[in-house]
Design a protein around this ligand. Sequence first.
Ligand code: SAM
Length: 272
Amino acid sequence: MEKIRAKKALGQNFLVDGNVIANIIRAADVGSDDRVLEIGPGKGAITSRLAGTAARVVAVERDRELVPLLRNSLGEYDNIQIVHGDILRTDLSLLLPPIWAGQWKVVANLPYNISSQILFKLIEDRSLFTELLLMLQKEVGDRLVAPPSCKDYGVMTVLCGLYFDIERVFSVKPASFRPVPKVDSVVLRFRVLPRPRIDVGDERLFGRVVKASFAQRRKTLWNCLKAAGFFTADGILQEAFDLAGIDGRRRGETLSLEEFATLTKSVLSHTH
Ligand code: SAM
C-alpha cells in the first residue's frame, strides 16, 4: 500500500510485526463458517488474513483516504465488505445481516483514543456477537480484569464483567507498530455470555448506579448516589442501603458485581 501519513487523531498505529499479526489470527480462531466485523482495518494488516479463512468480513474504516486503497489491495477477496464510516455512528444491527445475528466475531486493533466509547457500543450491541478479540492499550486492559478495591477497578470492569468472560491473551510491545506508540498494548478475548452473569433487576438502572458510584471515587457511596439524584429524601436512600445490607459509607470501588446488583435491586424497589 502506498505511503500514507498516519493520522494521530484517528489513533492510527499500524501493526507491522508479522508475528503479532499471526498471533492475533491464531487467537481469533476464525473458521470457514465465521463472520467477522473488523473495526479500523487501517492498511489491512489483519483484514487480508481474516478474509483468507472467514466466510465473510465486514470492515469499518473511518479514514476516507484508506478506503479506496483497502478496496484495491483486497480486491482478490469476494467475501470482504469495506465500509467507510465511523464505528460509533454505525448501526451495526443494520450493517450486519440479521440472519447471522448472534454469530459475529469482532476482531480489532482498536483506535486507542476512542476505545472506551467503542467498548460501550459493543456492550450495547453484544447480542450480535459470540466473541470479541480486541487489542487495547495495556492500562485499559488492566482495568477490565481488575478486582474490587484495586485502583484500576471501575465502571468498565463492572459492566464488562456483567456481560463477558474476559481473558488476557498476550501483550504487545510498542515496537510492533508504526508509528511507534508511547504505550504498551494487550490483546483480550471477550466471550459474550448468553445472559448477564447475574440478575441485576434493571440493566439500565444498574448502569446508572455503577456510573454514579464511581463518579467521585473519593466520596462515599451514600454521597455519590445522593449527588446522582436517585432519591431526594435521605431517609429513603438510607432504607435502600439497609435493604441491600451495604454500608453507605463504603466507596464504590469496594463493591463486587454481586453487591452492585443487590444495591440496584434495592434502589429499584424504593423508586416504585
Ligand atoms: N487494523 C490496523 C492495524 O492493525 O494495522 C489499523 C489499526 S489502528 C490502531 C486503528 C484504525 O482504526 C485506523 O485505521 C483508524 O483510521 C481507524 N479508526 C479510527 N477511528 C475510527 C472510527 N471511529 N471508526 C472506524 N475506524 C476508525
